[in-house]
Design a protein around this ligand. Structure first.
Ligand code: SF4
Ligand code: SF4
Length: 395
């Protein structure tokens, strides 16, 4: 059973269990920066120095400089935890150290600003709640009959698909899929709050609980039993964050759009009739694959596209490369994001894919930047956009 303090771990006890095997040398930021202080085992070593009893304050201040720098250079890709020889819960450790940095007033101004925006406006952009449905107006969709109506399935749009012009097609694509397949769904509309993902990534579980409780209560008022999202950050928040802070009270089934699409295809309700001639690859978002174990649904859906030419990236599924955009790194070191991203871009180029599909707005944004920077002739699509293309023909 989950408890309300499931996110809290004994940092010192975990750090002392590291056996220095070095399996976690695959860490994408360590591979770029090459400092032992950025290596997962090096971070644990600094935690030992920082949190041990009897450490003098000036020593703590000295260690904290590199420790807090390293903890915010982490993309939270979970590659280290997945490979750890002794199964250390490293992500919980990283999140908790981020909270220690917060308590010591050591967050970057940009991170602090994001945190305050989410807390005060309930979205990551600091924009008015009234603009949360602007995407529908821009796409010419009337969502008034869907908004806050009683239904067993809710589409949770998320901040990026709601507010970001770059993600302008994602929410309309999900709505097209749901309408075409006659799914009786609802959206929270202006009652939707940020899922809390950036707050959870910053280790702020007690603040994140307010967001989880709000969204949970609004969904329950509408009788929602299943929630679908096209955002890997929202998905992770619902799958991991909400059970941690709400315990057994959180009993809503969580689906990524690929899981729902796969289910609808198998029931004969969703038909992908239109061939896509371009070669397709799929970038597994870290939060879907390593954090939540979602592997097959996107592939099952892509396989249903007539005459599809699908090519896996060299590193795929649980071994997928991080795009560099996770863990709030964009707020702390955009150069490092580009460096980490460059390896993924090389793999995309190697695959000779003409379309790279993904299931995460942050991945999409980061891949788009990398593709542009490197002059690649590749179309970057959210998987919901790809599904609509195969459902309706070329858009
Ligand atoms: S989560 Fe990823 S970036 Fe962070 S320490 Fe682990 S491997 Fe490195
Ligand atoms: S894989 Fe685990 S045990 Fe090995 S060095 Fe990394 S953190 Fe330590």
């Amino acid at each position: 059973m989950s408890s309300s303090t499931d996110w809290h771990v004994d940092l010192l006890e975990i750090a002392q269990k590291c056996v220095y095997c070095g399996y976690c040398s695959l860490c994408p930021t360590f591979k770029e920066l090459k400092w032992e202080t950025n290596h997962p085992r090096g971070i644990l070593e600094q935690i030992r120095m920082y949190f041990s009893e009897g450490v003098k304050e000036d020593k703590k201040v000295e260690v904290s400089k590199t420790l807090f720098e390293a903890i915010f250079a982490c993309t939270m890709c979970k590659a280290c935890e997945n490979i750890c020889l002794v199964d250390l819960p490293l992500l919980k450790v990283w999140e908790q150290v981020r909270q220690e940095a917060f308590k010591k007033g050591r967050w970057s101004p940009l991170l602090l600003s994001l945190y305050n925006k989410v807390k005060t406006t309930q979205n990551i952009y600091g924009l008015p709640a009234e603009e949360r449905l602007a995407w529908a107006g821009l796409a010419g969709l009337n969502m008034s009959k869907r908004t806050k109506k009683k239904a067993s399935i809710a589409y949770f749009v998320g901040c990026q698909a709601s507010y970001s012009g770059k993600m302008g097609n994602v929410a309309p694509s999900v709505v097209k899929i749901l309408r075409k397949t006659r799914v009786n769904f609802t959206i929270l509309g202006l009652d939707e709050w940020c899922c809390g993902s950036p707050i959870f990534l910053a280790g702020g579980y007690s603040v994140g609980k307010t967001f989880a409780k709000h969204n949970h209560d609004k969904l329950k008022e509408l009788g929602v039993k299943r929630i679908v999202t096209a955002c890997s950050g929202c998905y992770r928040a619902f799958k991991i964050g909400y059970p941690r802070v709400l315990g057994d009270k959180w009993d809503i089934e969580v689906l990524h759009i690929t899981e729902l699409a796969d289910e609808l295809i198998k029931k004969g309700k969703l038909k992908l009739k239109h061939a896509i001639k371009e070669k397709i690859t799929f970038k597994d978002p870290c939060e879907l694959v390593r954090h939540c174990g979602l592997v097959e649904a996107p592939r099952e859906v892509i396989k249903q596209i007539p005459n599809v030419r699908f090519e896996e990236l060299p590193s795929n599924k649980h071994d997928a490369l991080c795009c560099g955009g996770g863990g709030l790194l964009k707020l702390n070191d955009s150069d490092l994001v580009s460096q980490v991203n460059s390896h993924l871009i090389s793999e995309i180029e190697y695959s000779e894919a003409e379309i790279v599909a993904n299931g995460c707005p942050t991945c999409k944004d980061t891949i788009l930047a990398g593709v542009k920077k490197n002059g690649l002739n590749v179309e970057v699509l959210d998987i919901s956009e790809l599904i609509v293309r195969a459902m309706e023909g070329e858009q």
